[in-house]
Ligand binder design. Sequence first.
Ligand SMILES: Cc1cc2nc3c(=O)[nH]c(=O)nc-3n(C[C@H](O)[C@H](O)[C@H](O)COP(=O)(O)O)c2cc1C
Length: 185
Amino acid sequence: MTTILGLSGSLRRASFNASLLRAASGLMPEGATLQTGSIAGVPLYNADDESASGIPEPVARLKDALMQADGLLVVTPEYNNSLPGVFKNAIDWMTRPADDIAQVWGGKPVAVIGASPGGFGTILAQNAWLPVFRTLGTRPWFGGRMMVSRAHTLMDADHELENAETRKQLASFLSGFVDFVRAGD
Ligand SMILES: Cc1cc2nc3c(=O)[nH]c(=O)nc-3n(C[C@H](O)[C@H](O)[C@H](O)COP(=O)(O)O)c2cc1C
């Protein structure tokens, strides 16, 4: 079984990115599963707190989940043409202590997707993540793109992704990413 850890970078109850992540978990290819992690409860990074108390429990859980996973699916909102601070804060915590980076992140396949009510579907947020995942020594997948624009028009009343074309595109993206993960390096 191929296991992918999926993280949404929004804490909003009706988040389009959380919807996209939920849809992804139901559209994984055969023999693959998506485990959904949560950045809720991750405190603001403060090196003094880290020195005093070590790695907070929600962060330790995320690090463990990533270590166990074969790949990471990042579902990012876009804020001010870049990545959201709350999401970056959680990822930054997951890179502590720095001595763990190679074990947690090194060579990990990573794919980035995102949803926005605007017309550009998080393209600039996705680009903004690239130097982060490069510096962590990950193996980003560039074989597919998934930018969900006008996200509010694609959801049903329960905030689930209902648009058939987008669901098809997502399934195809996931299939390509899982193939990449399975192929190794
Ligand atoms: C501070 C802030 C800045 C934003 N900047 C952008 C932006 O640059 N591009 C964009 O497409 N949407 C932008 N938005 C709108 C978000 O795409 C929208 O709030 C979206 O619903 C956030 O994702 P979520 O639904 O997963 O919470 C911004 C929203 C906020 C709160």
